[in-house]
Design a protein around this ligand. Structure first.
Ligand SMILES: C[S@@+](CC[C@H](N)C(=O)[O-])C[C@H]1O[C@@H](n2cnc3c(N)ncnc32)[C@H](O)[C@@H]1O
Length: 129
């Protein structure tokens, strides 16, 4: 990938535990603790089978939301890709309790015929248990 001024690029599998420390190292080295916004367009290669693609997108989404718990700043926002299906509402409900608001959005660039949607979570609250 061509270098973009002001952009730091970490190429890593979010499912691997080491990725969390790679991100932590980047933040520490740049004198920060959190991100204000986390956007995930991550998705494994689609199979064309709706249920498989939906499940795969939920699995990767779960991991991204776990990373948000660690790396998202108070009041921060998340935009997360998902292939919509049976688990979408449950997924949204599970994570929205950490945010002021959540909604499903479908950008114009996303094909109408595709089940691809994005979940927008706004106003992160790090709950203390
Ligand atoms: C829909 S594409 C994203 C395209 C990107 N927004 C762009 O404009 O180039 C999905 C991307 O997620 C990546 N991906 C899939 N599984 C991943 C994982 N476990 N961790 C990180 N990235 C992953 C794929 O390699 C692919 O590049």
């Amino acid at each position: 990938m061509e270098e973009i001024p002001g952009v730091h690029f970490v190429k890593a599998n979010v499912m691997r535990p080491e990725t969390e420390s790679d991100i932590r190292t980047f933040l520490t080295n740049s004198g920060r603790q959190y991100f204000k916004v986390i956007i995930s367009d991550a998705m494994s290669r689609t199979t064309g089978h709706h249920d498989i693609d939906h499940s795969a997108s939920c699995m990767i989404g779960e991991r991204v939301m776990q990373l948000c718990q660690v790396f998202l700043a108070e009041n921060g926002n998340v935009l997360l890709k998902q292939f919509q299906g049976d688990m979408t509402q449950g997924f949204k409900r599970k994570w929205e309790r950490y945010f002021d608001s959540s909604k499903i959005v479908k950008p114009k660039a996303s094909r109408e015929t595709s089940s691809e949607i994005y979940i927008l979570f706004k106003g992160f609250r790090r709950l203390v248990s």
